[in-house]
Design a protein around this ligand. Sequence first.
Ligand code: HEM
Length: 124
Amino acid sequence: MKKQRPVNLQLNTISFPPSAISSILHRVTGVALFFALMFVIGAWAVSLSSEQGFMSVQEAMGGIIGKVVAIGTLSALSYHILGGLRHMVMDMGHWEELQSGNNSAKAIIVLWVILTVVAGVAVW
Ligand code: HEM
């Protein structure tokens, strides 16, 4: 094996194509959804436990932290669903080439940003 193999440990010089960014985002939002779901189910359970529980969840959701968590959850869910739909289309044999794959990745990222802004406006 060659002793002097090319090494690139400078992460800021590695450029990721849109499809790679899309793939990373899909995994990140999947993990984020797992944790967000604990919060959603927890809040749901407390809100249904009693009238006081409902009021406390309502109050928490009206605060800045509650709103940020809600927007983050909706944002992760919207990206994950868009990514899931893109996967479904790819499973049917489309958007598998370099160009079309990168284009569809860019498209869902743009759609995701728009949906996040819409969710932000709606929740705030
Ligand atoms: C709260 C519900 C969900 C959670 C917690 C979740 C979680 C995850 C996680 C953690 C991954 C990454 C797995 C890995 O990369 O090893 C993943 C992948 C995936 N998810 Fe979800 N997911 C959820 C809902 C959905 C929905 C609604 C869809 C479809 C619209 C979907 C479609 C997919 C697909 C297609 C993959 C595979 C992506 C790939 O192969 O790169 N997921 N999910």
